[in-house]
Design a binder for this molecule. Structure first.
Ligand SMILES: *Cc1c(COP(=O)(O)O)cnc(C)c1O
Length: 398
């Protein structure tokens, strides 16, 4: 079947799975594919180091990667949002850092376009309010005009957050460069959440003051968040380790692992990776080519990342399957095949090849054909994809 050995799953009594959904926290985010990253992580566990020194080396590397003045690492991108907002509120005043989330005497409004108030497994608004800030939603979900941004800025505004993601509304939003112009005209720093974006330089180049990335998404490192940008704001975010950042701290092992992942990113043959991923998509597309009622098309990433996915549209009248039933059926056998089902209500699912283990593309191909060409959808109750993630938490340990 595949060249990949599922022994690790058996050893720990885990259910084997194939991840064709992308980088999902609920599946363990990403895997470390280069041994140098795993070695750097494991090696760090055996030594003491001044964390300030480790973070200073990280800052240099983040600066090299992003063209930022400085950078630091924290537990996750979500933590990066909370710490960056907190840093804008406290500056370098440790007394204020200790006081948060009580924000007495601090400016604490953060403006965000309504269409950017998304969730990524948790509400982004909560990552802001955790710092003691208040969210000021601007415009309507599908429209945000310049005057609405300008009039949302008040004496109490401390920062503006801009989100680049497939999770946000994709039309009617203010472009980043204009958003920055409007905010900077009133001396408001702009924080960009680009957790999942491959572009490591463009958002700072467009004028952002802080940009946040995940270390465990496209970078394929251990769980970490990268904060890059203006040195004074990065220092203020880092200072939060004396306060709310304590519960969001990053260990030395993840610092060294994240740095190795950044190095690997600089050296990686991006073209070859993309080419291999594209071959997987073509393999699956060809496998489904003659299946009646199924249309498989290769689609680009919605935010322009250099990656493609296979979109499988299912005509229920012809096939008898709904897309939700197909997703449930693919996850019912072992190894479970976990596909991308964010937009399942539209009658399609997607296959993301970026996290495949060697040879798993063949297993996916066989299972797709076997499942979608069989005619037993009544065995599988319609999946409640919309509520799946919360149900997973609620049914844990029952
Ligand atoms: C994944 C994601 C996050 C959260 O990233 P973590 O590093 O897992 O905390 C935040 N914002 C966006 C847009 C994301 O896609």
């Amino acid at each position: 079947m595949s060249d990949y050995d599922y022994a690790w799953y058996a050893k720990h009594s885990f259910t084997p799975l194939i991840n064709v959904s992308g980088t999902m926290t609920g599946l363990g985010a990403s895997i470390i594919t280069q041994s140098a990253i795993a070695e750097a992580t494991a090696e760090a566990m055996q030594h003491f180091v001044s964390m300030h020194e480790a973070q200073a080396r990280a800052s240099e590397l983040i600066a090299q990667l992003t063209q930022a003045e400085a950078g630091c690492l924290t537990a996750s991108a979500s933590a990066g949002i909370s710490l960056s907002v907190a840093g804008c509120m406290t500056g370098l005043n440790p007394g204020k850092v200790e006081a948060l989330p009580a924000a007495d005497g601090m400016k604490n409004e953060v403006i965000v376009q309504a269409g950017h108030l998304c969730g990524y497994g948790a509400p982004i608004a909560q990552a802001i309010t955790l710092a003691g800030a208040e969210v000021k939603s601007v415009g309507q979900s599908t429209s945000c005009c310049d005057y609405q941004i300008s009039s949302a800025i008040s004496e109490n505004t401390v920062a503006a957050l801009y989100v680049v993601s497939h999770h946000v509304v994709h039309y009617g939003q203010c472009p980043l460069s204009r958003f920055v112009e409007l905010c900077h005209a009133r001396d408001i720093p702009v924080i960009v959440d680009a957790a999942s974006e491959y572009d490591l330089t463009g958002f700072l180049a467009a004028g952002a003051d802080i940009v946040i990335y995940s270390g465990h998404k496209f970078l394929g490192g251990p769980t970490a968040g990268i904060i890059a940008g203006r040195k004074d704001l990065v220092k203020a975010a880092y200072l939060q380790n004396l306060g709310i950042g304590r519960g969001m701290k990053i260990g030395k092992e993840s610092i060294m692992g994240a740095m190795a992942a950044m190095q690997a990113w600089l050296q990686r043959d991006h073209k070859a990776v993309l080419q291999h991923e594209y071959q997987c998509l073509e393999l699956w597309q060809n496998a489904l080519a003659d299946a009646p009622g199924i249309r498989a098309s290769i689609v680009p990433d919605p935010t322009g990342n250099p990656l493609y996915r296979l979109q499988v549209d299912i005509d229920s009248d012809t096939t008898g399957w709904t897309a939700a039933q197909a997703v449930t059926a693919l996850a019912a056998d072992e190894p479970k095949i976990i596909v991308r089902d964010h937009e399942i209500e539209h009658g399609y699912f997607q296959l993301d090849p970026c996290n495949l283990q060697p040879g798993q593309e063949k297993e996916v191909s066989q299972r797709l054909v076997k499942t979608l060409k069989s005619d037993a959808p009544s065995r599988h109750p319609a999946a409640d994809a919309r509520n799946g993630s919360v149900n997973g938490y609620l049914s844990w340990l029952t």
